[in-house]
Design a protein around this ligand. Structure first.
Ligand code: SF4
Length: 182
């Protein structure tokens, strides 16, 4: 079904926010970046069977300055953490992060001093993807959810208001430990 069948009158009204969200979600460029075994599944997602090109994402950037998505695929060692942060800082704004696999999200089975126990200690994470390793289909599902988030991202003053509201909602949350609730 083409867009002309959905728009019989040929007129489309939308907002700048929605248009910007649509353009952004349709042109996400991932950074070429893999850390461990999960990266093999990430590479599979770009192959012909799973075909990231369907989402306009086949162009992986060898330079972080032309990338806006970091897929943290694998465990993050303490030695690698500053490098990962530097790559994140060099990526262009707005940018997003998917934490792929249990190792990146929480350290996984590597509960030791050499591995960062969750990449969210180093960079802000938008989507956490469980599994060891997550299959390419799961990564595609995470990417579709990220696209949804990007599509609905607010701009300008609306974004500031949204951030303030989210912060206040988090502050109002009860602590998980009962002894800390007053
Ligand atoms: S989650 Fe599993 S597959 Fe991924 S990096 Fe850790 S051990 Fe490797």
């Amino acid at each position: 079904m083409g867009i002309e069948e959905k728009l019989p009158s040929g007129v489309l009204l939308t907002t700048v926010e929605k248009l910007a969200g649509y353009a952004r979600k349709s042109s996400v460029w991932p950074a070429t970046f893999g850390l461990a075994c999960c990266a093999i599944e990430l590479m599979m997602a770009g192959g012909p069977r799973h075909d990231l090109a369907r989402f306009g994402m086949e162009r992986a950037s060898a330079t972080p300055r032309q990338a806006d998505l970091m897929v943290v695929a694998g465990r993050v060692s303490q030695k690698m953490a500053p490098v990962l942060r530097q790559i994140y800082d060099q990526m262009s704004e707005p940018k997003w992060v998917i934490s792929m696999g249990v190792c990146a999200s929480s350290g996984g089975m590597f509960n030791n001093y050499a591995i960062v126990q969750g990449v969210d200690h180093i960079v802000p994470v938008d989507i956490y993807l469980p599994g060891c390793p997550p299959r390419p289909e799961m990564l595609l599902d995470a990417i579709v959810k990220l696209h949804d988030k990007i599509q609905n991202m607010k701009l300008g003053a609306n974004r500031q208001r949204e951030i303030t509201e989210l912060e206040q909602a988090r502050l109002r949350r009860l602590p998980l430990a009962p002894e800390l609730r007053s």
